[in-house]
Design a protein around this ligand. Structure first.
Ligand code: ZN
Length: 292
């Protein structure tokens, strides 16, 4: 069972989120069948997206993160809401690269070191909030840290990890985000920085049997650790025929007319869960009338 905890230090100067996301990344893997390096890249971004989303207040609030790297994967899109449940997709799932010298998956090269991270927050206002920053390493965690600083002026530390087993299943996935409050004292910042620099990787800690609570304890060592919430998360696609119909309508009347004239039917597959939706002759005709 995957879950995310939110913890804070005794002075409430830090907001710490720690996630276990092994099951949701495994579900993504069973839907998209990605190569290990793509699985790791998507899994890292899914984990960060889920953590960011779970802090949102409104039931209809939505967050979309788009990594548009200049590497082999293309785009990685993750969508989540206040439940922290995530859906994800990418342009190219079949990227095979040699391991790095340290025997780790070369996520940076697969994502690309150039490009952008765009985050769209739909908070039910007239216009969504759109933030954007350059990718700095393609390793995902550093790119999110850079995004928070440059786009939202928030100091943070982000750690994300996905360990893919020899049979391509996900053995461990998880991550943390430490947000530093604007009023945090220098002493607290120094202490948490020291804790983070002494930290082993998220997947190494999970391998040692550490739970998100244990990892929060390590992050907040010497600062007091108060756990505020614990929420279950998972992979969830919320597609339905109405939404797919809207996507079809967005193609425009001429395009739908062309489909109608040529094939009299169309099958559209959801990019996030591969579910297929069929529109027959009557439904296409109805759509064409609806747009007119
Ligand atoms: Zn779907």
């Amino acid at each position: 069972m995957d879950y995310i905890i939110n913890a804070t230090d005794k002075n409430r100067e830090l907001s710490v989120f720690v996630a276990k996301t092994t099951d949701m990344v495994n579900t993504m893997r069973s839907i998209h069948n990605p190569s290990p390096v793509v699985c790791a890249a998507i899994g890292r971004s899914m984990t960060a997206t889920s953590i960011m989303a779970i802090g949102m207040k409104g039931e209809k609030d939505k967050i979309t993160t788009i990594i548009k790297g200049n590497g082999y994967i293309g785009n990685i899109i993750c969508v989540s809401n206040h439940t922290g449940n995530v859906k994800a997709c990418a342009t190219n799932y079949n990227v095979d690269l040699p391991l790095r010298d340290d025997k780790k998956l070369d996520v940076g090269r697969a994502v690309g070191t150039g490009g952008s991270l765009t985050i769209i927050k739909d908070l039910g206002l007239k216009e969504p909030y759109i933030g954007n920053s350059q990718l700095i390493s393609g390793e995902v965690a550093e790119d999110y840290t850079n995004y928070f600083l440059n786009s939202e002026q928030i100091r943070s530390a982000v750690g994300l990890g996905v360990l893919v087993d020899v049979d391509y299943t996900v053995k461990y996935a998880g991550g943390f985000i430490v947000y530093v409050m604007p009023f945090a004292s220098e002493d607290t910042i120094l202490k948490v920085e020291k804790n983070i620099s002494n930290l082993s990787s998220v997947t190494d800690m999970m391998k040692e049997g550490k739970s998100p609570e244990d990892i929060a304890d390590v992050l907040l060592s010497g600062l007091g650790c108060d756990i505020l919430s614990n929420k279950q998360v998972g992979y969830e696609c919320d597609c339905n025929k109405d939404r797919i119909e809207k996507a079809l309508i967005s193609l425009g009347k001429n395009e739908i007319k062309k489909i109608y004239d040529e094939d009299k039917k169309v099958e559209i597959q959801c990019h996030f869960c591969n579910k297929k939706y069929n529109f027959d002759e009557n439904e296409l005709l109805h759509l064409i009338k609806k747009i007119s």
